[in-house]
Design a binder for this molecule. Structure first.
Ligand code: C2E
Ligand code: SIN
Ligand code: SIN
Ligand code: FE
Ligand code: FE
Length: 383
């Protein structure tokens, strides 16, 4: 009886060379066109599992920034992280050598804790590091429980997995680099958004909430996932131009004079000029948002007085997200409004300040929007 399964179990066979080729061709084609790191990791894991006839297979990668190893678990469960040198994976990666274990319980290198928690019985393990084009180790495959009668992994399995990793390594590396750049851009944008926010004493989570609302509106409008995510990253920049507005105006407790408001309005064009020279798509989107978030559907907004669809959809979305949040928050010059009054204003401004279609999406998505609002409340709202 196969000891780590409760149900009746029949051993599987190793793949024939034809089956092996089929698996490799099918997965590498999918991997080559995939853009998301988590999806590539899941595809690689499944490919590895199928090739070596393992019960489970995990692809681990090095996160150099945090000195950790991480993996993405299939079916959206999330990420697992462990310290760089830890576990079998850690040893394989730091020594660059594969590790085979035929019976995990007879081997001191295996940590039985996770099996105890899950009730899973780990028997055979094969952990092999893989390298990028420069020969540096960038991660490892870990296959668990060989399902053939032999119940242990062979050096041939290792050769196959190494081959698979070499095929996927290039896609993997370019995606990781791309991801790194995107993450960096997002961090810079949030940091810069917070600079604008700090200057105007807008409390805590304003830029984060505006980001989430923008995403919900964009997705609700039917924008692609990729574009909605980009807008979510870009919309926190909408007020970055406020860095150039004097504190005396930004933090004025009362109503602005006409002259002061004219000066305040410049934050749109200033933000646009700060961002527009970048060729990065994300910063281009942020430039549009900074420039157009105070335009109004009926043409009475600023700085350009654009109307209707002449206002970029990013500007229309961020306008609604920003005003919804500004009204609900206390400012140096005003108290927070009660929700009922805010919703009333948004209804009244349908087709005036705001894109009517977008207002409809707003009310469709209101439960989700209110959830975001509750989860990101400002802690010190009154000042
Ligand atoms: P903000 O505080 O982030 O507000 C963004 C937008 O939310 C405003 O754009 C406006 O459309 C809406 N909003 C915010 N509070 C109210 C309100 O009490 N009533 C109504 N009807 N709408 C509101 P707006 O008006 O173009 O203002 C742009 C920025 O100028 C504001 O950003 C704020 O920083 C500043 N600002 C506007 N009015 C005053 C004021 O009377 N005093 C001071 N100190 N600053 C002001
Ligand atoms: C290890 O390789 O020991 C950690 C990961 C695992 O238990 O599967
Ligand atoms: C878009 O590029 O997402 C839409 C363009 C527009 O509506 O202005
Ligand atoms: Fe603004
Ligand atoms: Fe704002």
């Amino acid at each position: 009886m196969y000891e780590y399964f409760n149900e009746p179990f029949s051993f599987k066979l190793d793949l024939t060379p034809e089956q092996m080729l089929k698996v490799i061709f099918e997965y590498t084609a999918k991997i080559a066109t995939e853009k998301k790191l988590e999806n590539v990791l899941v595809l690689m894991s499944n490919m590895g599992r199928d090739m070596v006839v393992a019960d489970r297979c995990t692809v681990w990668l090095i996160d150099a920034a945090s000195n950790e190893l991480f993996t993405v678990v299939a079916h959206g469960i999330g990420e697992i992280r462990i310290p760089y040198g830890s576990g079998l994976v850690g040893s394989a990666i730091s020594t660059g050598q594969p590790i085979f274990i035929d019976d995990a319980y007879g081997d001191p290198r295996h940590n039985p804790e996770s099996d105890k928690k899950t009730g899973y019985r780990t028997k055979s393990i094969m952990t092999i590091p893989f390298r990028n084009n420069q020969g540096e180790v960038i991660g490892a495959y870990q296959a668990i429980n060989k399902l053939t009668q032999k119940q242990s992994f062979s050096t041939q399995d290792m050769d196959y997995l190494t081959l698979a990793a070499a095929y996927s390594g290039k896609s993997l590396e370019s995606i990781m680099l791309h991801q790194e750049i995107i993450e960096t851009q997002k961090e810079i944008i949030l940091a810069m958004g917070n600079i604008g926010e700090g200057r105007s004493k807008e409390t805590g989570n304003h830029v984060k909430r505006v980001a989430q609302y923008s995403y919900i509106l964009a997705a609700g409008l039917g924008m692609s996932q990729v574009e909605a995510e980009m807008l979510r990253s870009a919309s926190p920049m909408h007020d970055i131009g406020k860095v150039a507005i004097p504190d005396a105006i930004l933090q004025k407790p009362g109503k602005l004079t006409a002259a002061e408001f004219e000066q305040m309005k410049e934050h749109c064009t200033i933000g646009y000029q700060l961002l527009r020279k970048s060729k990065r798509q994300l910063l281009q989107a942020a430039a549009i948002v900074a420039w157009q978030h105070h335009e109004k559907w009926d043409g009475t907004g600023y700085p350009q007085g654009l109307a209707g669809e002449n206002i970029h959809i990013y500007g229309r979305i961020t306008a609604l997200a920003d005003v919804f949040d500004a009204l609900g928050s206390a400012r140096a010059y005003k108290e927070a409004w009660p929700l009922e009054r805010i919703l009333q204003l948004i209804k009244e401004e349908r087709g005036r300040h705001f894109d009517p279609q977008l207002v409809d999406v707003f009310f469709e998505q209101l439960p989700l929007i209110l959830e975001v609002r509750e989860q990101n409340e400002d802690l010190f709202e009154t000042e």
